[in-house]
Design a protein around this ligand. Structure first.
Ligand code: KG4
Ligand code: ZN
Length: 357
């Protein structure tokens, strides 16, 4: 690859859950390579992610995905400007594999190391295919572990307006999928089966929280689905899987759209983005496209491959952090419950001059 001297090339690693991924990003938003090894087939056997198995598989795959990401991008380790890695939140054993590998690579190649917040990565996935997107904008982050309504005030500057009080949206999809016999991974299966069902068939609740209108709660909705299924069983009524899936999905989508549009209106925000695994849900994308069109709001959404876990999004976030001067020390650790906006291990921050010396 022909590399200009001023080009910033980030090698990024992601291993927070069940995807072992590596990518190379050039100058903020250009994806030179994006390699994802998904462990889904392995965990499907157990009906969900088994943390110990995930960690072991990451160890087996991490060097392979890094090698392929460099080869696909046609760059060598010497060409790389810095190494970025997800350091939280996520499964601690899984995160540790990526963090240890990134530290080893950065140390051996004498490159700066940057720890990246996983949710910040999800948000930054929106920059990849939307060249014109700049903060400020509002972002709905809906994944297996998180449901956040975030005001992106600037690159790396976030204000969380609302969050889930209990289950994340993706978690609710996964639990309901299991209950209606669709198995793991629940989200994509509910999405697919819902197309055959009637979203108005069953009136599931749309939970609202009075003290913060932007917060979410999905555990009541999940319980309502379980109660419905129990009721059917007791009365000997056959369950229509597609109708339950479609009605549940509609309830989740209605709440997500309602909260998002309410926040856009209250903050006078005309740019709205979505991120995280659930952002690839076709019904949610359609409903938000329509709502944003109605409200005259620009709607941004990553392609599905950049919605679910990947390293390209970590590379984009890492690139902006790099340009802000963020560097981490060799004592960078995995932080399973890292909060968005929290400085990653402030003690580990070393200044740019020292790192680049
Ligand atoms: O962002 P992600 O890959 O991992 C986390 O950071 O959690 O999100 C995974 C979640 C899972 O709960 C999965 O069921 C859900 O995203 N998901 C979906 C769809 N595709 C993935 N949920 C609804 N519809 C989909 N099409
Ligand atoms: Zn994720």
């Amino acid at each position: 690859m022909i590399r200009e001297k001023e080009d910033v090339l980030i090698l990024a690693l992601e291993s927070s859950c069940d995807e072992t991924a590596a990518a190379v990003i050039k100058n903020d938003r250009t994806v030179l390579s994006n390699v994802i090894y998904s462990q889904i087939d392995l965990h499907t056997l157990y009906g969900g992610v088994v943390p110990e198995i995930a960690s072991r598989k990451h160890i087996e795959k991490v060097n392979q995905v890094v090698k392929k990401a460099l080869a696909d991008a046609n760059v060598s380790l010497e060409d790389i400007t810095a190494v970025a890695v997800t350091c939280g939140p996520g499964l601690v054993g899984a995160l540790l594999v990526g963090v240890s590998a990134a530290k080893a690579i950065a140390f051996a190649a004498q490159k700066p190391l940057i720890g990246v917040h996983h949710i910040e990565g999800h948000i930054c996935a929106n920059y990849i295919e939307n060249e014109a997107l700049e903060p400020p904008f509002l972002c709905l982050v809906v994944s297996g572990g998180h449901s956040h309504l975030v005001m992106v005030k600037d690159y790396g500057v976030y204000e969380i307006l609302g969050r889930t009080r209990d289950d994340a949206a993706g978690e609710a999809f996964d639990k309901v999928a299991r209950a209606i016999g669709l198995g793991y991974p629940g989200g994509p299966k509910v999405d697919r089966v819902s197309r055959e069902g009637n979203p108005e068939a069953i009136a599931f609740p749309r939970p609202k929280l009075v003290d913060n209108v932007y917060d979410f709660s999905f555990s009541g909705l999940k319980s309502a689905v379980l109660n419905y299924l129990n009721g059917c069983q007791m009365k000997g009524i056959a369950v229509n899987q597609a109708d339950v899936a479609a009605s549940f999905q509609k309830a989740v989508v209605d709440v997500l759209v309602e909260h998002s549009m309410h926040a856009c209106a209250q903050y006078g925000m005309k740019k709205f983005a979505i991120a995280g695994g659930v952002a690839s849900n076709s019904h949610l994308r359609e409903a938000l496209t329509e709502a944003c069109r109605r409200e005259n709001i620009l709607f941004y959404h990553p392609s599905p491959v950049f919605c679910t876990d990947n390293a390209a999004m970590i590379g984009v976030a890492g690139c902006y952090e790099y340009k802000k001067g963020v560097r981490h020390g060799w004592d960078l650790n995995a932080v399973p419950n890292l909060k968005l906006g929290e400085r990653i291990d402030q003690m580990n921050q070393i200044n740019v001059a020292a790192a680049d010396a």
